[in-house]
Design a binder for this molecule. Structure first.
Ligand code: C5P
Length: 238
């Protein structure tokens, strides 16, 4: 993996034109992009294709959740887009169906543990089991790995505990909820700096608004890439 692939920039804009404008503004240094549900009706899949043709890596954040047969069909169709990462909810039957649908394609299936915006109160409302957010997230990650997920999406606060699981050997941890020092929290509740997330075992960090909303987007992305390389570039060979 290229060093720059550690940073995944979320293109959280409504359409492909606006997405491509950000990609062009960020230039060669940013090599990995996330396309989410917000752009689905605005040409998100066409943009995914275009990005792949430009040599970028693409993470399609669909957070699929349905009966197994439907998830399998959806993933089989999406895998034709040569995506690098695709998300599904971490329920084991959903993960198993996604892995079956992905077939021989190189698309990595990432399981969502607990959305990083959630707090225990909202988990109670949704009838999640007892335990702290971290406990539930780590156990969901473990079960997703056992079901065949290539990796998980987790808050940086759970990254270290997930990395320590024997089941996490060789698996990917991707963390949103990352904020460079001195930036706004927005609605992210369980945040950490990009460097801390990587030190805790994350392979990639996802950053959206701190770049999208910056006056100097390119400068903001470069600062995060520098932070990810760590003091003296110490992460650069990992
Ligand atoms: O907060 P930010 O704009 O950096 O979000 C980047 C990505 O992280 C979003 O595209 C979304 O998928 C995810 N996110 C999240 N929890 C939130 C807000 C966003 O995991 N509270």
């Amino acid at each position: 993996m290229r060093d720059s692939d550690r940073l995944i920039v979320a293109l959280d804009v409504p359409n492909a034109l606006e997405g491509m404008a950000i990609v062009e503004e960020l230039g060669d240094e940013v090599t990995f992009y996330k396309i989410g549900l917000g752009m689905l009706t605005g040409g998100g899949l066409a943009l995914a294709n275009e990005l792949k043709e430009m040599g970028k890596r693409v993470f399609l954040d669909m957070k699929l959740f349905d009966i197994g047969a439907t998830v399998e069909h959806a993933v089989r169709g999406l895998a034709q887009f040569d995506l690098d990462f695709l998300t599904v909810h971490g329920d084991p039957y959903v993960v198993r169906a996604a892995v079956a649908g992905r077939g021989e394609s190189a698309t990595k299936i990432l399981a969502v543990t607990i959305l990083t915006s959630l707090e225990r109160e909202q988990m109670d409302e949704a009838q999640y089991r007892d335990g702290t957010v971290a406990e539930v997230a780590v156990e969901r990650a473990r079960r997703a790995f056992l079901a065949g997920a290539d990796g998980v999406i987790s808050s940086p606060h759970e990254a270290a505990a997930i990395r320590a699981l024997p089941e996490a050997e060789g698996k990917l941890i991707v963390t949103p909820g990352v904020r460079p020092l001195g930036s706004e929290d927005n609605d992210q509740k369980r945040i950490a700096t990009p460097y801390a997330a990587i030190m805790d075992g994350a392979n990639h960090v996802v950053v959206g608004r701190p770049i999208r909303d910056a006056k100097d987007r390119r400068g903001a992305a470069q600062a995060i890439l520098a932070e990810l390389r760590g003091p003296m570039g110490k992460n650069s060979k990992k």
